[in-house]
Design a protein around this ligand. Structure first.
Ligand code: SF4
Length: 74
């Protein structure tokens, strides 16, 4: 199963990930950045597993995030 890693410090709050997968990403009105739902925090990043049915959209979000804040790993 793949893992998604989100470096929130890099997030500009553009909203692309939130629009594309609102069941996974949330808008945080406190600082205007994205939140990765159901994520754990470790070593300056948030991470969670990617379910098989989310893989395609997560890959798309990884490649379209303008600040490269999102990475997928096997
Ligand atoms: S696409 Fe990237 S920069 Fe834009 S809100 Fe999502 S994580 Fe932040």
């Amino acid at each position: 199963m793949q893992k998604i890693v989100f470096n929130r410090l890099k997030c500009s709050g553009c909203g692309v990930c939130i629009q594309r997968a609102p069941n996974v990403w949330n808008y945080n009105s406190t600082d205007g950045k994205a939140d990765l739902m159901d994520a754990e925090f470790k070593k300056d990043s948030y991470f969670r597993m990617v379910w098989p049915d989310e893989r395609k959209v997560m890959k798309e979000i990884e490649s379209t995030c303008p600040t490269h804040a999102i990475q997928l790993f096997k």
